[in-house]
Design a protein around this ligand. Structure first.
Ligand code: GLN
Ligand code: ZN
Length: 768
């Protein structure tokens, strides 16, 4: 039996990559320094896995931004607009790469970034490959080969990881009509074969090819493509050992397909879908190895060794031991780096810490499981097994997890809790009288730049360098300045700026009961952006008001309406590490009740507009369409529980970003928010079509500029986008706002962009 890993986090246990990339982008460090940081992280990760005893250690799991963008660059899928960076500017490969990810405003050039979207049902975002009808491919970036050689020089024989060709195409988007991207496979496959041959020449033995789409609904055409691709690979590279990995769900109706492909090994996710082991074992060919994904790559709980050993034992009954591999369910990209970095018992008690395992610990779990499966009585590992079981038992019975009052509150929920008093048309009228807004009201999504200073104050507060009063004073000043500035530039509905918040989920989690926190549990969200998801370990309840103080303060400074800003229950759930001992829907309802209390408190404090952000609603969608309705039902209901405790004249906003809406539009409508603001600009308002077709009845603010890039659009650009929106949405329902919050932007570009946005709105109001 072999142990392997599907991928290790590449941010560095102290977020070295974030710091190095951002310094490079700000021209505060050299390319060499950035490349060195990358090399250091790779070396650390490889050595750590080597020392733990992992047999097949991945390479090319490292990325400076995103593994899908890596693949686009590898196969030369570089959209035309970037070609001048290579040909005229002769920039290094990494600059081209970052230009594709982030846009490029330099040397008289102004090139927009590629689209970004969520990676399956995770909070990781990838850069969407762009395809033309006559798309050609060629081996462009040699990263995968270089990293294999680099590890080899360190004495480590790695297993290179490739995003599979079918998934790569399916993750992309056609940039012109008249073809389906899957038809490009004939052009693409030769590049993959070229890579595999080159790896073979470098002496690579195992290669991991990720095809997560095998756990999704596939068309006949796509299934055929899988057969074609892996048949060809087998023909041309018969000696390379391919591990085909599937994750984030079960193979289900694709099981026969997956096991029919001529690959050496098939990896299955037994955390999300333990029940698939039996059917897989029944049909997997004798000569195909099976990789058991036993360790949860998506969550932070310790593995239950007994449960995993049962699965291994079961597999051993029908599969020879030398045809078995064990590993994590998916890449550890989605897990934090190292639990040993957690030293603060105030945020993470010893009791809770003892229930957890991060990437480094998970790597050890894999090798221990192997030893246990070889000999459970072994003196070295038997005590580890005992301790593991003791921990699992202590968690089940711990009194810090179960709170009877929370259960009672859930039982008290009735239908009325998830219904506003009147229908939207009635509310709309009352809200118009209450708010007095112009046509095309302008607003923002909530956060303003979290400058170095603001983050420093928070760090100093934590260290005790600043007292709470001093910190509050600084935040008040910042909020005050933001209110004044918004009045000056002429926005209609103001926000307080979220300066007091470290993160839109952590901020709430820290004030709710049932949450624990890490100091260093960072996970990559996109590019250099990392998030530190809270850990929901027990029943959730609100202890006291969480946002009223700051919102009411901001409102006291202006006669304009300040929008109260909350994170919705589904998003809090989705962006936290959740309990694995109760249904997600139950945890979500608990959070919804806590947010509902907060919404009511804001209303009582005189706040007339309250936004409940649900950017993660879509990413919570199960991968299989047949499971969608069930999820959407409880997710929408949770939002409605949170939103429905207020009077009709109080305006509830919600906000969503980076998602398609067409296939869930009826559920978005069922949320019944008075106003929804959505990300729209990168897709050039395409996302709005779903709302138009559905005749979405409530008000809507399609984002008119992309906030994930420092690029500032012109007034005309925004006017044109709004015109596109007006073509499909009635004027009376339209709001004008950016795509998302502005916390990752600088003040200079924010000021510039928002002034232009307000001017764009004004120019349209003045048009007849
Ligand atoms: N209110 C949040 C902000 O502006 C929303 C962020 C988000 O949608 N991701 O930062
Ligand atoms: Zn957003």
């Amino acid at each position: 039996m072999l142990t392997h890993n599907l991928g290790y986090p590449r941010i560095g246990s102290k977020r070295q990559l974030k710091k190095a990339s951002e310094a490079y982008w700000a021209k505060k460090s050299t390319l060499r320094e950035l490349l060195q940081t990358g090399a250091d992280i790779r070396e650390t990760n490889w050595k750590l896995q080597l020392e733990a005893g992992i047999d097949l250690i991945p390479s090319n799991d490292f990325s400076f931004y995103d593994q899908v963008l890596d693949m686009s660059l590898t196969v030369g899928a570089i959209p035309e607009r970037y070609h001048t960076i290579v040909t005229d500017q002769k920039k290094p490969e990494l600059d081209l790469y970052f230009a594709m990810a982030r846009g490029y405003q330099n040397d008289g050039l102004d090139i927009i970034a590629m689209e970004m979207t969520k990676w399956f049902d995770t909070n990781y975002h990838y850069i969407v490959p762009e395809f033309k009808k006559d798309q050609t491919f060629k081996l462009f970036s040699k990263k995968i080969l270089d990293e294999f050689k680099e590890a080899k020089r360190l004495g480590i024989h790695t297993k290179p990881v490739l995003l599979g060709p079918v998934s790569f195409l399916l993750l992309g988007k056609e940039k012109e009509s008249g073809f389906h991207r899957i038809s490009l496979i004939k052009n693409l496959l030769p590049v993959y074969i070229d890579i595999l041959e080159k790896l073979e020449n470098l002496d690579a033995t195992w290669v991991q090819i990720d095809e997560p789409f095998l756990t999704m609904d596939l068309s006949e055409d796509e299934k055929e493509t899988f057969k074609y691709v892996y048949g060809e690979i087998k023909k041309v590279c018969p000696s390379i050992k391919t591990i085909l990995t599937t994750y984030f769900g079960g193979l289900k109706d694709n099981l026969a397909l997956a096991t029919s492909l001529p690959v050496c090994a098939l990896h299955v996710d037994l955390v999300r879908s333990p029940e698939q082991l039996d059917p897989v074992l029944k049909v997997i060919p004798e000569n195909m190895s099976l990789s058991l994904g036993l360790i949860d790559g998506r969550n932070i709980w310790k593995n239950d060794f007994e449960a995993s050993l049962k699965l291994i034992e079961h597999a051993k009954k029908s599969k020879k031991e030398n045809r078995l591999l064990i590993g994590p369910s998916c890449s550890l990209l989605h897990s934090p780096c190292d639990l040993d970095e957690e030293k603060n018992e105030d945020s993470l008690s010893i009791e809770i810490k003892n229930w957890l395992a991060f990437s480094k610990q998970k790597i050890n779990e894999i090798t221990i499981l192997k030893q246990l499966s070889l000999d459970k009585e072994n003196d070295l590992v038997a005590p580890i097994f005992e301790k593991n079981q003791e921990t699992i038992r202590s968690k089940i019975s711990s009194p810090i997890i179960h709170k009877p009052v929370v259960g009672d509150a859930l039982k008290g929920l009735t239908e009325n809790h998830s219904k506003r008093k009147s229908t939207f048309s009635v509310r709309q009228k009352l809200q118009r009288d209450n708010l007095n807004l112009p046509l095309f009201p302008t607003t923002t999504i909530g956060s303003f730049p979290q400058t170095k200073e603001v983050r420093q104050w928070r760090a100093q507060l934590k260290k005790g360098v600043l007292t709470q009063n001093q910190y509050d004073e600084l935040i008040s000043k910042e909020t005050e300045a933001a209110i004044k500035w918004q009045e000056e530039i002429g926005l209609d509905v103001l926000v307080h700026g979220e300066f007091e918040r470290n993160d839109m989920v952590e901020y709430f989690g820290e004030q709710l009961d049932g949450f624990a926190f890490t100091q260093n549990g960072w996970v990559q969200s996109y590019g250099s952006r990392c998030v530190k998801p809270p850990i929901i370990y027990g029943d959730v309840s609100r202890i006291e008001a969480m946002t009223v103080k700051w919102i009411a303060f901001a409102q006291s400074l202006t006669s304009k309406n300040v929008k109260g800003m909350l994170t919705g229950p589904v998003t809090i759930l989705q962006w936290s590490f959740v309990r694995n001992d109760q249904a997600r829907s139950v945890t979500c309802q608990q959070i919804a009740l806590a947010i509902r209390e907060e919404v009511k408190d804001l209303e009582n404090a005189g706040i007339k507009v309250i936004q409940i952000d649900e950017p993660a609603l879509r990413e919570g969608l199960p991968l299989r369409q047949s499971d969608w309705d069930d999820y959407l039902k409880w997710a929408v209901e949770s939002f409605r529980i949170a939103a429905s405790g207020v009077q009709d004249k109080t305006q509830i906003h919600t906000h969503m970003c980076y998602s398609e809406f067409n296939d869930i539009i009826e559920h978005i409508a069922a949320m019944d928010a008075d106003v929804i603001t959505i990300e729209c600009s990168r897709s050039q308002m395409e996302l709005l079509d779903a709302f138009a077709e559905f005749k979405y009845p409530n008000e809507i603010g399609p984002g008119v500029y992309d906030i994930h890039s420092p690029r500032v659009p012109s007034i005309d650009e925004m006017v044109n986008l709004i015109k596109k929106a007006r073509a499909v949405i009635p004027d009376q329902l339209l709001w004008i706002n950016p795509d998302c919050g502005l916390k990752t932007r600088g003040w200079e570009e924010t000021d510039d962009a928002l002034k232009k946005m307000v001017l764009a709105a004004k120019s349209l109001r003045e048009e007849p």
